[in-house]
Write a protein that binds this ligand. Structure first.
Ligand SMILES: Nc1ncnc2c1ncn2[C@@H]1O[C@H](COP(=O)(O)OP(=O)(O)O)[C@@H](O)[C@H]1O
Ligand SMILES: [Mg+2]
Length: 232
């Protein structure tokens, strides 16, 4: 089985060659832990390999994501301009719709059911990122969350050749009692923590689960540099 590259060669080596192809990977973490940066590496690599890519962006403007990618030398702009990479502004279009209602902005604007996100993914897509899927889940009951999340995961898994990455903030993960981690084939937890020996604040990746893969349970230290993610 050929794995799907994370776009970070040293990380691929630690996870048996890359992510599980055709499956959903979940990345969780607090704000600023590097989730979006991981997704940029993944999308850039998929674009380089000639795959059609979709990014469903709920928090950042396309121009900000493109600028960050260019800063790190893993530029997505040319793929966006050629149409190979589509960026769907799910939250923006949704909030615009609600803003124009006579009631002004209301949180109901975020009530989009998860399975319908698969409509953003045309057949023939090779890589999908939803950043941040937590935006759509905060108001769901646990049962609805599980049903909808599993349905979306299933719908994407049936799309031939399509590997997916869901990014979820820690608040949303906790709100659904970590259920999201049970539903996917692999999950990464990104964190920033104090090294008890040195007192330095450091970045870590933990991999609670990656099916069909030998992984070390020790956290992997990394840095975010001007050329992207570097493992230590
Ligand atoms: N060029 C850079 N050099 C060093 N660190 C950077 C650079 N760009 C971003 N970062 C760091 O990455 C963090 C944000 O990473 P990001 O992937 O956006 O996190 P998340 O999506 O988890 O909120 C920033 O807070 C900053 O500390
Ligand atoms: Mg982010």
């Amino acid at each position: 089985m050929r794995r799907t590259s994370s776009g970070i060669p040293e990380f691929d080596e630690r996870i048996g060659g890359g992510y599980l192809p055709g499956r959903v990977l979940l990345i969780t973490g607090d704000t600023g832990t590097g989730k979006t940066t991981f997704s940029i590496h993944f999308l850039h690599q998929a674009c380089v390999e000639g795959k059609k890519c979709v990014l469903v962006a709920t928090e950042e403007l396309p121009e900000d994501i493109l600028e960050l990618s260019e800063m790190m030398g893993i530029g997505l702009t040319k793929y966006y301009e050629s149409g190979q990479l589509a960026i769907e502004k799910a939250f923006q279009s949704r909030s615009e719709k609600v803003q124009t209602s006579k009631f002004g902005f209301t949180p109901e604007g975020l009530e989009i059911d998860l399975p319908s996100l698969s409509e953003y993914v045309p057949d023939g897509t090779g890589a999908v990122v939803v950043d941040n899927i937590g935006v759509f889940t905060l108001r769901l009951s646990l049962q609805d969350f599980r049903d909808q999340f599993d349905a979306l995961t299933f719908l994407l898994s049936t799309k031939a050749g399509c590997t997916s990455m869901f990014i979820m903030d820690d608040t949303a993960l906790k709100t659904n009692n970590n259920l999201a981690e049970y539903s996917v084939s692999s999950c990464l937890r990104l964190m920033v923590d104090e090294n008890p020996y040195t007192g330095n604040i450091e970045r870590y990746i933990k991999i609670p689960k990656m099916r069909r893969t030998y992984i070390s349970l020790n956290p992997i230290r990394f840095e975010i540099t001007l050329s992207g993610i570097k493992l230590l």
